[in-house]
Design a protein around this ligand. Structure first.
Ligand SMILES: O=P(O)(O)OC[C@@H](O)[C@@H](O)c1c[nH]c2ccccc12
Length: 266
């Protein structure tokens, strides 16, 4: 595991231990289970693809460890609305909201605010290391969670996926190399994310998706993640048969994120 990822996961383990003291596992679980009606994350992606459009998971991200602050004027509700609207023709299928505080300057309130301001399904983007966080994700309103294969062993991935499924949440499992991919393919979820960013070096190469894609069967919905910046990048992916995208920075640097989305994918 890379050093930064290792550091982040260590911090998460500490955060979860502290969170469990504020609210017990059982209470968090009860809170999560009391919430009904998730929004259909996988269905929203498939609906775009059925119309021959790109399925875009648009990210609400203020900062990152590699780039520092990406967007100073950061109002999650406005950003979410802008993504949901697009240019009136082309818009986002789903949202992804960073909730990690220490490394991405996110917070759970950002997810709540973004979700409350639109009708799109929302992925909680954070580093899951403990089943507690899956319940916590549902309790804060998430419709989907990210599982990063590099942070988890097989048994943890399976356990967390099963909890997410029991709460009617979708699971996006993220990989960066062939070994992680083979482990991720054991899960039931159709959503498979290939991160083009190497979390050891922060280097981005779209070739990562193109190389790993060959090993993914047609019943999976492949999501290419990170480093999609230009219409040429989009064309490269769509020509290769990749129709789902997770994009943050390219939109966060624009005045109107939704218009930037429509421009990139229109
Ligand atoms: O801003 P970009 O390059 O468009 O990337 C978005 C998203 O893929 C990236 O934020 C991301 C992908 N996987 C992650 C895991 C944790 C935190 C962040 C991420």
């Amino acid at each position: 595991m890379s050093d930064i990822l290792k550091k982040i996961c260590e911090v998460k383990v500490e955060e979860v231990a502290a969170a469990k003291k504020r609210m017990s596992f059982e209470d968090m679980r009860r809170d999560a289970e009391s919430r009904v009606l998730t929004r259909d994350f996988v269905g929203a992606l498939k609906a775009k693809i059925a119309k021959n459009q790109a399925a875009v998971i648009a990210e609400v991200k203020k900062a990152s460890p590699s780039k520092g602050v990406i967007r100073a004027d950061f109002i999650p509700a406005d950003i979410a609305q802008s993504y949901a609207e697009g240019d009136g023709k082309v818009n986002a299928a789903c949202l992804s909201v960073l909730t990690d505080r220490q490394f991405f300057q996110g917070q759970p309130d950002y997810l709540k605010q973004a979700r409350a301001s639109c009708l799109l399904p929302v992925l909680r983007k954070d580093f899951m290391v403990d089943p507690y966080q899956i319940y916590e994700s549902r309790a804060m309103g998430a419709d989907a969670v990210l599982l990063i294969a590099a942070c988890l062993d097989d048994a943890q991935m399976v356990e967390m996926e099963n909890i997410a499924r029991s709460l009617d949440m979708a699971v996006l499992v993220e990989v960066h190399d062939a070994e992680e991919l083979d482990r991720a393919l054991q899960l039931k979820t159709p959503l498979l994310g290939i991160n083009n960013r190497n979390l050891r070096t922060f280097e981005v190469s779209l070739q990562t998706t193109l190389d790993l894609q060959k090993r993914v069967s047609a019943d999976k919905l492949l999501v290419t993640e990170s480093g999609i910046l230009t219409p040429e990048d989009v064309k490269t992916m769509r020509d290769a048969g990749v129709n789902a995208f997770l994009v943050g920075e390219a939109f966060m640097r624009a005045d109107e994120p939704g218009e930037a989305l429509a421009k990139l994918f229109g």
